[in-house]
Design a binder for this molecule. Structure first.
Ligand SMILES: [Zn+2]
Length: 442
């Protein structure tokens, strides 16, 4: 059964290449200042036409609140409802001189297919198509399709659309296909996303600037106070130390090799990795605070003066299992209590997003893990993601009963969002097989 499916997928890979070449050739960057909106319209029509070929009906474009168009369709069938997600918009190519191949021409090199969107997320669109072609009429599930057109812009068109059209999109299982495996050939589901909190902290100490020679030594310096406050947010080892916020959680899924992380993050020789946990612990299971900006005099033009006020913008990543509102409260309390010398501190909230945790105890997750194991010949592992995908929280809030599974062809070497993005066609084939097996099992 599985073998048959594998052979069918293999026989469909030339077509998958042709499809991906057509899609990548459409520069569907959803920013009218960079590319004409007709390109996004072309990509949306391409999706409509190709899903019509695999039995989807009621296909159409739905305008969302940010002006982008989401493709929606249905493929009636018996059994549970499965919603397939992807997006047809792409990141801009960035510096075209950095590309070794033309960004909008799918080009094979070293067994990989290069081009903007080859993995994120057009590779996942082609994966869906390949899985459905391999299954033919044999799909014992009611399928829904949503392919959005502004994911990379972060303007929230689809998030808004889901809330306004819950009945249209309601499903038992949602396959969010916009992540990737642990490595090529190492199947993984992404099961958690960190949330986030952004605040601005302002420190005031003096009525105005003072001569650092005449007053320095006794007059409190707002910038020095801010530096002390910020320093209290990390310990010697670099662990984030917000009072009242647990920083000892561990990651039970896939490890992230330190050498790999050093290379992925471009760490300079001799510079240490932070924290007392493993890499997976630090980036997926624990909080992380980052100073995003500081307002203080720039070096050029600065005077010999004590600063009366200073401020900083902070970003706190909130691990799964921690309520982002509690994390915000803890951060605000910490910033106040860490302030030295009685300086005045005000903290204002800018943004807050809850972390996400996929259900992994349901029948769909079990069926998906079994399908991945069958397609890859090894057990599926789990990954986290340090950033957030707000759509996942919207799905979870709108459809609390649904099982949400994050997967896709964007493994770490795909270089999504960077120049020289690529996809490994073996990932398209294996994930199409896994998706087909899963849909059959549902
Ligand atoms: Zn994406």
């Amino acid at each position: 059964m599985a073998m048959q499916l594998r052979e069918r997928v293999a026989s469909l890979m030339d077509r998958a290449h042709g499809d991906l070449a057509e899609l990548v050739a459409i520069p569907s960057v959803a920013d009218a200042r960079q590319y004409p909106p007709e390109e996004c319209a072309r990509a949306a029509r391409w999706v409509v036409d190709h899903f019509a070929e695999v039995g989807f009906t009621n296909l159409g474009l739905h305008e969302t609140s940010d002006g982008s168009h989401a493709v929606y369709g249905e493929r009636p069938g018996p059994g549970p409802t499965v919603l397939l997600y992807a997006h047809y918009d792409v990141q801009p190519p960035l510096d075209e001189k950095e590309w070794r191949t033309p960004p909008f021409t799918l080009t094979e090199s070293g067994g990989r297919w290069y081009g903007r969107g080859a993995a994120d997320c057009k590779g996942n669109i082609v994966m869906h198509l390949t899985a459905l072609r391999a299954l033919g009429d044999d799909v014992p599930a009611h399928l829904k399709l949503i392919v959005e057109g502004s994911e990379e812009q972060g303007t929230g068109g689809l998030e808004d659309f889901v809330v306004k059209h819950p009945d249209l999109l309601r499903a038992d299982t949602i396959l969010v296909c916009d992540t990737g495996n642990a490595a090529v050939g190492v199947p993984a589901a992404t099961v958690t996303l960190r949330g986030m909190v952004n605040v601005v902290v302002t420190v005031e100490a003096l009525a105005g600037e003072l001569h650092s020679g005449m007053f320095g030594g006794a007059a409190p310096d707002a910038l020095a106070a801010l530096v002390r406050i910020l320093a209290s947010l990390r310990d010697e080892a670099g662990n984030t130390t917000v009072s009242g916020l647990d920083n000892g959680q561990t990651w039970s899924g896939a490890p992230y090799a330190p050498e790999q992380f050093r290379s992925d993050s471009g760490l300079l020789d001799g510079v240490d990795l932070l924290g007392s946990g493993s890499i997976s612990d630090m980036i997926w299971a624990r909080p992380a605070v980052t100073v995003l900006g500081i307002d203080c005099p720039p070096v050029v033009g600065s005077a010999a003066a004590i600063q009366p006020h200073a401020r900083a913008r902070l970003n706190l990543r909130v691990p799964p299992g921690t309520d982002a509102v509690k994390a915000l409260d803890a951060l605000i309390a910490h910033l106040h209590s860490a302030a030295p010398w009685g300086v005045r501190v005000t903290v204002t909230k800018e943004a807050l997003g809850q972390p996400f945790e996929a259900r992994t105890d349901g029948p769909a997750y079990r069926a998906f893990a079994a399908a991945m194991a069958e397609a890859y010949g090894r057990e599926m592992t789990t990954l986290g993601q340090g950033g957030s995908i707000p759509l996942c929280n919207v799905f979870a809030d709108t459809f609390p009963q649904a099982e949400i599974i994050l997967m896709g062809v964007e493994e770490p070497t795909a270089a999504i969002h960077a120049p020289n993005e690529s996809v490994d066609p073996r990932e398209i084939a294996s994930l199409a097989e896994a998706e087909a097996l899963f849909l059959r099992k549902r």
